[in-house]
Ligand binder design. Structure first.
Ligand SMILES: [Cu+2]
Length: 468
């Protein structure tokens, strides 16, 4: 065993047996203010990990124990959530589940055995409320890759791209909130539409991929004939993001880090906050191309990166894209029949989501689940070993990325279509839409469920599930 720090040596000098020495962390994450240069003309201050935002790409091996020390060099308590991992509540990283926070100017040690394999991520999980310099509005996010035995296939390069917005502000003037959604059925749409004035929501003026705006920083350099594996993450706090690489389809192989039953090529991707997509691109169209958001205003405000083939020198080119048409079900396997029958022994949990305009401080919208505010004490009680069917009824005019902590779920119905085999931890339910997911209650302990849009979570779009 390697020696720890000076404290450990001191203990040894006093005669502590070697086995009593604390082991060294194999990873230290330091939460502290950082300054990020998004372009030569745009420099922001935020909070990051280890001096950068996004934080370092962490790699762990599935099943190999880890010791992570998190040091908090800020004045406020912090939480690090390990998104997509199956961890006990005391390590998961959510106040609501009882995870002890990392105290201000203090530290906390996390010891865990990471699983399952796949593209995961880590990020702050504090509340922000009306403070747009806290929680997921900051730069506290990064990729966490859990390497497993499964073979991702042959590829020549691996590229990690986190999509983000910056300098958020409150506004009641929102663009079409669902511009990225096709016209899906709206089974939860009320007969009489609500006309209450909408509250202030969060928007942003600047965007980046990783820590650079489109046109700043180095291009992704490729060669004709290469296969490049992209790991994509919407690390944003506020909205769905789209992405296309001019002239090149994405071959989607995994959603939220989990291999899909039917890998498919698509012209573009749409990711809700918290979601990941793993997709490879065959580099077979030499040139200098823009990979960026479909919406011109978002792409031109920074959400993009240049892909440059070797030997090509022309200005980067964007090609007009069609209307977004993202559909999870093309990556699933087809269940038998039109409807997915609940498996024998499956219990049902219904969740109806509603928005209450300007419920908070006469400014911010509030959210209710089944007509009630958080915490839904004893409302959602799980029995270990049982399979649950969760029906999400979105009776609001926004799309919501719904995240279940500490469990993976299988998507069984969305857009009015049955599907099977798609394992996720976050699913975007379209406005007035419905989604049905199933999961096995095999992770005892408090389990947080919430919308991954920071403002929605802060103002009530969350619930605690507990085990009996
Ligand atoms: Cu939401």
């Amino acid at each position: 065993m390697r020696l720890g720090g000076l404290g450990a040596l001191g203990m040894a000098a006093r005669g502590a047996p070697a086995w009593a020495l604390p082991p060294e962390a194999n990873l230290t994450l330091r939460i502290a203010p950082v300054t990020v240069e998004f372009s030569p003309n745009l420099v922001f201050s935020t909070i990051g990990y280890n001096g950068t935002a996004p934080g370092p790409i962490l790699r762990m091996r599935e099943g190999v124990p880890q010791i992570v020390d998190v040091v908090n060099d800020t004045d406020v308590p912090e939480q690090v959530h390990w998104h997509g991992l199956l961890l006990p509540p005391e390590l998961d990283g959510a106040d609501e589940e009882g995870t002890p926070p990392v105290p201000p100017h203090g530290r906390r040690r996390y010891q865990f055995t990471p699983k399952p394999a796949g593209t995961r991520w880590y990020h702050t999980h504090t509340m922000a409320m009306a403070d747009l310099h806290r929680g997921s509005y900051t730069g506290q996010f990064g990729f966490l890759v859990i390497e497993g035995r499964s073979d991702p296939g042959a590829y020549d390069q691996e590229v990690f791209l986190a999509l983000r917005e910056w300098e958020p502000y409150f506004t009641a003037l929102m663009a079409d909130a669902d511009a990225l959604s096709p016209r899906w059925p709206m089974p939860e749409r009320p007969d009489v539409p609500e006309i209450a004035a909408n509250g202030l929501e969060v928007s942003a003026a600047f965007f980046s991929i990783n820590d650079k705006a489109l046109g700043a920083g180095e291009p992704i350099r490729v060669r004709a004939g290469q296969r490049v594996l992209f790991h994509l993450l919407n690390a944003g706090a506020i909205e769905n993001r789209s992405l296309a690489l001019a002239g090149h389809p994405f071959h989607v192989i995994a959603l939220d880090g989990n291999p899909v039953p039917s890998p498919q090529p698509v012209d573009h991707l749409v990711l809700g906050p918290g979601e990941r997509v793993d997709a490879y691109v065959e580099m077979n169209r030499p040139g200098v191309w823009i990979m960026g958001a479909l919406e011109d205003n978002v792409r031109n405000a920074g959400l993009g990166v240049v892909v440059e083939y070797a030997g090509q020198r022309q200005p980067p080119q964007w090609l007009p894209q069609g209307r977004p048409a993202w559909d999870y079900t093309i990556f699933g396997s087809t269940p038998h029949g039109d409807r997915v029958p609940a498996r024998a022994g499956t219990d049902s949990i219904e969740m109806v989501f509603e928005k209450v305009a300007r419920a908070h401080e006469d400014k911010f919208n509030g959210f209710l689940i089944n007509g009630k505010p958080y915490p839904h004490d004893r409302e959602f009680v799980l029995h270990e070993g049982r399979r649950y069917r969760l029906t999400f009824r979105n009776r609001t005019n926004d799309a919501h990325p719904l995240h279940l902590h500490r469990h993976l779920f299988e998507l069984v119905e969305i857009y009015g279509k049955p599907t099977a085999g798609i394992m996720k931890d976050t699913v975007v339910v379209p406005r007035w839409g419905r989604a049905v997911v199933e999961f096995v209650a095999d992770q005892p302990g408090l389990t947080l469920f919430h919308c991954h849009i920071q403002q929605h979570m802060d103002y009530g779009f969350k619930a605690l599930l507990r085990y009996a």
